[in-house]
Write a protein that binds this ligand. Structure first.
Ligand code: NDP
Ligand code: MG
Length: 331
């Protein structure tokens, strides 16, 4: 059984005399830094001087400095710049300031698990990974709640790594919801798997394939859009709120029978084999290598795929239809 921790399992005291540097002020950086500050902790933000984040963090009332200054001043350093540039930023700005007894923190295990960052042995290496986007980390905190998070300890040089991680999780509000114990390996591999196979990759390809099938068979794209794209949220919301059983209960008997009998023919053994292959490439480091090299080459494949995705017929059709539904708050 997975271990879950709550407020009572965390003691903020260990962070009271420490300085926390949040490196990066984007989605997670802004959410976590503001929550830590409102929790009464001593937080500074490290960002590049000419960037948008500098002004934003200042405007939000935070103490802002360069990344290397922040890393130098801090005892706990949380890396919240995009994963693909963390290695370079760590090497130039953080590593020279990574003195014995400090703690290096992450919200995703990628760089540690795939050795893009190799911290010295005499520092703590901790992960506190909120299971939600930064704006939700912030919003739920201000409402008195929190987003659940994962905690993992990769290196415990001081003997206090877990206490620091738990205090940090409390500072961002995560212990109000629950903090689940994991490892850098498990978090990294399952996170990549989820986003590739199921969430970002799987669901978009399922929707596009269904849309394309209907349009190729001569049905109107607008009608196809409603069926294959628009209604997805209604179904997923039901599952999100009450599991599969709530969804099957609310749809018609026709939908329930058709869904349960035909679904497994669509996502079938072949799809499962493809999932296993995706998992194998994550476990072997092949995906990580591909992504790191892609980023270093200035993302030629990603740019081309983004362009193709934007030019897909469903994007034009969907944009028009969404403008009919003002309540969706379209672009
Ligand atoms: P963002 O893309 O939002 O990070 C943006 C920040 O990085 C800004 O402060 C930006 O500064 C800075 N930055 C970007 N490029 C550079 C650069 N070349 N040099 C210096 N600074 C740069 O990151 P996320 O918050 O999405 O992700 C941070 C970490 O959190 C990752 O490890 C991610 O996996 C993890 N995570 C993210 C989640 C999410 O929902 N986004 C959920 C859970 C974990 P500037 O304004 O100057 O450009
Ligand atoms: Mg993810």
């Amino acid at each position: 059984m997975v271990k879950i921790y709550y407020d009572k399992d965390a003691d903020s005291k260990i962070l009271k005399k420490k300085t926390i540097a949040v490196i990066g002020y984007g989605s997670q950086g802004a959410g976590q830094a503001q929550n830590l500050k409102d929790s009464g902790l001593n937080v500074i933000v490290g960002v590049r001087q000419d960037g948008e984040s500098w002004a934003q963090a200042k405007a939000d009332g935070l103490t802002v400095m360069t990344m290397s200054e922040a890393a130098k001043k801090a005892d706990v350093i949380q890396m919240l710049v995009p994963d693909e540039i963390q290695g370079a930023i760590y090497a130039s700005e953080i590593a020279p300031n990574m003195k014995k007894g400090k703690a290096l923190c992450f919200s995703h295990g990628f760089n540690i698990h795939y050795n893009q960052i190799v911290p010295p042995k005499d520092v703590d290496v901790i992960m506190v990974a909120p299971k939600g986007p930064g704006f939700l980390v912030r919003r739920t905190y201000t409402e008195g709640n929190g987003v659940p998070a994962l905690i993992a300890i990769y290196q415990d040089a001081t003997g206090k790594a877990r206490d620091i991680g738990m205090a940090y999780a409390k500072g961002i509000g995560a212990t109000r919801a629950g903090v689940l114990e994991t490892t850098f390996k498990e978090e990294t591999e399952t996170d990549l798997f989820g986003e590739q196979v199921d969430l970002c990759g799987g669901v978009t390809c399922l929707m596009k394939a269904a849309f394309e099938t209907l349009v190729a068979a001569g049905y109107q794209p607008e009608i196809a859009y409603f069926e294959t794209f628009h209604e997805m949220k209604l179904i997923v919301d039901l599952i999100h709120e009450g599991g599969l059983s709530k969804m099957w209960y609310y749809v018609s008997n026709t939908a329930e029978y058709g869904g349960l009998t035909v679904g497994p023919k669509i996502i079938n053994e072949l799809s499962k084999q493809a999932m296993k292959e995706a998992l194998r490439r994550i476990q072997s480091g092949e995906f990580a290598k591909e992504f790191v090299l892609e980023s270093r080459a200035n993302r030629p494949v990603l740019n081309a795929l983004e362009r193709q995705e934007n030019e897909h017929q469903v994007e034009k059709v969907g944009k028009e239809l969404r403008s009919m539904m003002k309540w969706l708050n379209p672009e």
